[in-house]
Design a protein around this ligand. Structure first.
Ligand code: ATP
Ligand code: MG
Ligand code: ZN
Length: 491
């Protein structure tokens, strides 16, 4: 019997045409290969499971392929070099996993061997996976090689966290950003795999997998891989749900109703039912978040500020819970406690117009504490425009800013955050926000991301400019360099 090969491996892209999405990176790489203008070092950054390692191997394959047509970048996949690379035995392709022992020995080894000629093809390709995990000495050693790379060597650094790569290294690489896959791209890939594997998958089940994978093609293919051997017949939405531990959204909708209406006891009973049916807690929390977000968007569209505030508070708590559930030893109690608290809070504020009970202190713009409309006055002006900005963002980015409370001070838009996590994410994603804010408040507008006092103590204040960042300063000092270019990173 042939050994079972996971779908994830079996369907790794072996041609550029088979690499889903990533059109800009793919086109640029192919152009460089065809014209023979391949850089000495590349940095493939971006979301996990989106094809960075696959693309790096493809590049290696094309460069050493002996059967490649001159006017195409596609490897032949049948010459010795291609076959060795597919099998993982090629001597001219060296893959270093920086995560395993932080790359110290490998980089030392690399420095010794990098000047040796390639074994078979014209190029020796080094793929450094999880490059952000390299230690400082390893980066320093790598940098020396990057400064004077032998002509036959191509480096590909792959990372999900480009911000952790020293600027001096980034400066020597040509960078490509790999984007998250859309649900459509994932569904279409899964359909292709399912038909090649001759398994029947209900389109709704496929969409559920795509949504669960959150933009990662690897996760999507991995989930399908779990389903195929478990399901005896065609994979239906229900079987996908139960196998993936995802609760029926109708049950979750009822649960959310209970929480928002302040029915704590029913909420707990409902949660237990969902749990007993085999749903995983993380998926439950995620499902609640999705439901909450949909309702929030609906409230914002209707300009129902009071409901929107309440929902935004609940969503906030759920986002926080989502992070905690992963770490906690007793996640079930944690979920119960949070839902009960939210329900009790809802009960305590039955009037939808009432300010949320967790309304934080408002920094310097203090209003008399007894004022019933406390806080409301400050945000009324920007809220309409801010809601429009929110609606223009895509779902994932929007989630980051839902927690923000906007205030306009002259030509500055101040966004207040309750959680350090959101505060950080919001700044990371600001490239997506800025154009919409400019369209609203003009090109001169500046955005000031602020953290509420109670959390502020824990976080380091944001430096005025990237050059003032202590990390950047240290790099500049250590390498006796200077900052020549500041690039906004969106992922
Ligand atoms: N763009 C893509 N097109 C088709 N399949 C993909 C794509 N990206 C990922 N996959 C699937 O996911 C698997 C893993 O992809 P790959 O290792 O290239 O991702 P990665 O971006 O390097 O992930 P990580 O950041 O976790 O290292 C592939 O074998 C393939 O099955
Ligand atoms: Mg990888
Ligand atoms: Zn070939």
């Amino acid at each position: 019997m042939p050994e079972y090969q996971s779908l994830y491996r079996k369907y790794r892209s072996q041609t550029f045409a088979d690499l889903v999405g990533q059109d800009a990176s793919s086109r640029a790489l192919q152009g460089a290969i065809i014209s023979g203008r391949v850089a000495h070092a590349y940095l493939f950054s971006g979301s996990r499971g989106t094809g960075k390692t696959s693309a790096a191997r493809l590049l290696a394959k094309s460069l050493n392929c002996t059967g490649r047509a001159r006017d195409s970048a596609e490897p032949c996949n049948s010459c010795d070099s291609c076959r060795e690379i597919t099998a993982g035995s090629a001597l001219d392709l060296i893959e270093i996993d920086a995560a395993s022992n932080r790359g110290i020995d490998e980089i030392r080894d690399l420095r010794e061997k990098v000047n040796l000629a390639p074994a078979l093809g014209p190029f020796k390709v080094y793929i450094i996976d999880e490059a952000h995990m390299l230690t400082e000495p390893a980066f320093n050693a790598l940098l020396k090689t990057l400064e004077e790379p032998p002509g036959h060597v191509v480096f590909v650094l792959c990372t999900t966290d480009a911000q952790k790569i020293p600027l001096t290294v980034i400066g020597r690489c040509q960078q490509f950003v790999f984007r998250r896959h859309s649900e459509e791209q994932i569904v279409s890939r899964l359909s292709y795999i399912a038909s090649a594997e001759k398994v029947q998958v209900d389109p709704d089940a496929m969409r559920l997998i795509a949504r669960t994978a959150q933009g990662s093609m690897r996760d999507a293919v991995g989930l399908l891989d779990q389903l195929v051997p478990l399901a005896s017949g065609p994979i239906s939405l229900d079987s996908a749900r139960s196998l993936l531990g995802i609760a029926d959204p109708r049950l979750l909708d009822g649960l959310l109703d209970d929480v928002l209406a302040g029915r704590a006891e029913q909420a707990l009973a409902e949660l237990n039912r969902v749990y007993a049916e085999g749903a995983e807690l993380r998926q439950v929390v995620r499902g609640l978040m999705e439901g909450c977000r949909d309702r929030l968007v609906a409230a914002l569209t209707k300009h129902d500020q009071a409901t929107a505030r309440r929902l935004s508070g609940v969503l906030d708590a759920l986002l926080h819970l989502d992070g905690e559930v992963r770490r906690h030893a007793e996640p079930r109690f944690l979920v119960e406690a949070t839902l009960a608290r939210l329900a009790v809070e809802s009960e305590a504020t039955p009037h939808p117009a009432a300010a949320p009970p967790t309304s934080p202190p408002r920094g310097e713009v203090t209003a008399p504490a007894a004022s019933p409309s406390r806080g409301e006055v400050q945000v009324v002006a920007p809220v309409g425009g801010w809601n429009e900005v929110l609606e223009k963002l895509n779902r994932t980015v929007r989630a980051v800013y839902l927690d923000a409370q906007p205030e306009v001070e002259g030509s500055v838009l101040v966004l207040w955050f309750k959680y350090g996590f959101h505060h950080k994410k919001a700044q990371e994603q600001s490239a997506q926000l800025i154009p919409h804010v400019r369209a609203w408040l003009g090109d001169e507008v500046k955005i000031d991301f602020r953290l509420r006092e109670n959390d502020a103590a824990k976080s380091v204040p944001r430096p005025a400019s990237p050059e003032d960042d202590p990390f950047v300063r240290e790099i500049v000092r250590r390498f006796d360099g200077r900052v020549t270019r500041v690039k906004e990173v969106s992922e």
